[in-house]
Design a protein around this ligand. Structure first.
Ligand SMILES: Cc1ncc(COP(=O)(O)O)c(C=O)c1O
Length: 400
């Protein structure tokens, strides 16, 4: 590759090679630290997207980078026929902190959900039940065939035949759940806080009633914590914010501090129905990925980042509520938990994303009219003030 590449030159080259699946910005980043990220031309940006809720400990946290370099010099990969220290330690740490019994490591969110669906179906099969899975409207669980089957119809178009046995339910509607859940259902999967669906938190009463309903009918409850987990909600896992324990939980995104690593965890009841050879992976949970995840979890604990997500999130929410009061014609609602916040606009959020980008601030629009803010959990208030000032300026420039 030639030297002195620009944002545009890299964008153009990428465009001719990469499959045209993403509507990419003409921006190429070269390095980052904390909540700051620099493009190849040297411009610094404030990153409120954090790789879509991935860089929870900030970009290139020195302790995570050090753990990766150290592990890279010792042992990067072995087959899952063998055991490694980082994987064992991570497995112990995750099962303990999640109060679950078993774990399986993956490389991504969609793979975690695939695995969760597989073990739920295997459990149902052993109990002589069908493999029917209920999922929530506006949920997002990934882009593999099974995960698009558990998602919105738009993502299924052109990819048929779609795996069978998935049925949607309105979110936060316990009456609809009551009508649909019976002994023929294998599992219910939901995000405790919907991410791609527009940052929509579940109601506590709803999750509690859902737990009870699933127990009554012998149905497994799967929480997809890929976006809302790893400290983002203000607790290490959103399930603990709600005080509701699932049978299966999926993780990815923030788990590796930027390294691709995911996991699904389950109770012993579910694990007891899984047989040798039921599932597998070559890369999932390799020593390098696990060393990164371990370092990430230690940083979250040592630096109190769950508390930081709660406090900074509450502070930011208050500031955004202030803007909502001043700009009621533009801002409809502020919602979310911890540092997973959505500013619901009366109009499309994309023009705001573009206006923020012009001011070197990265955020994103989801569900059409929601400005999604999922910054590093250790972002400083001074950094968020830069965003708040820019946002105010943009709101001022918008027509009433
Ligand atoms: C809740 C949830 N589940 C699953 C996924 C899929 O994760 P991945 O893109 O790593 O496959 C995502 C990604 O946005 C997500 O937010």
């Amino acid at each position: 590759m030639q030297k002195n590449q620009t944002n545009l030159s890299l964008y153009e080259t990428d465009k001719s090679n990469y499959l045209p699946t993403f509507a990419r910005f003409p921006l190429a980043f070269s390095h980052a630290s904390g909540a700051q990220i620099w493009d190849v031309e040297g411009r610094a940006y404030l990153d409120l997207l954090a790789g879509i809720a991935v860089n929870n400990v900030g970009h290139c946290h020195p302790k995570v980078s050090a753990a990766i370099s150290l592990q890279a010099q010792k042992l990067m990969h072995i087959s899952n026929f063998f055991v490694s220290e980082p994987q064992v330690e991570l497995g112990e740490r995750l099962t303990r902190s999640a109060a679950m019994n078993r774990v399986f490591f993956t490389n991504s969110g969609a793979e975690s959900v695939e695995g969760a669906i597989k073990i739920a179906r295997k459990y149902a099969f052993k109990k002589g039940r069908s493999g029917q899975i209920l999922f929530m409207e506006n949920s997002f669980h990934g882009r593999t065939l099974a995960t698009i089957a558990a998602g919105k119809k738009a993502y299924q178009k052109g990819f048929g035949p779609i795996p069978e046995g998935f049925q949607s339910l309105p979110f936060n509607d316990i009456q609809a759940a009551r009508a649909a859940i019976n002994k023929d259902i294998a599992a219910v999967i939901l995000e405790p806080i919907q991410g791609e669906g527009g940052v929509v938190p579940a109601d506590t009463d709803y999750l509690k009633a859902m737990r009870q309903l699933c127990d009554e009918q012998g149905v497994l409850l799967i929480f997809d914590e890929i976006q809302c987990g790893i400290g983002r909600s203000g607790k290490l896992f959103a399930k603990d914010l709600y005080g509701v324990q699932p049978d299966i939980m999926t993780l990815a995104k923030g788990l590796g501090g930027g390294m691709p690593v995911g996991a699904f965890l389950c109770t012993e009841k579910v694990a007891a129905e899984i047989d040798g050879g039921d599932h597998g992976t070559t890369f999932g949970g390799n020593p390098l990925a696990c060393a990164a995840a371990l370092a990430t979890l230690k940083v979250i604990e040592e630096e109190g980042l769950c508390g930081a997500a709660r406090h900074t999130g509450a502070w930011l929410t208050e500031k955004l509520e202030g803007l909502k009061k001043r700009f009621p014609n533009h801002i409809k609602e502020i919602r979310g938990k911890g540092l997973m916040l959505g500013v619901v606009m009366h109009s499309e959020a994309k023009p705001i994303v573009m206006a923020l980008l012009e001011r070197a601030i990265i955020a994103n629009a989801t569900a059409g009219n929601v400005l999604r803010l999922v910054p590093p959990l250790n972002i400083r208030k001074q950094e968020l003030e830069v965003f708040l000032n820019a946002f105010e300026e943009i709101l001022n420039s918008m027509k009433a």
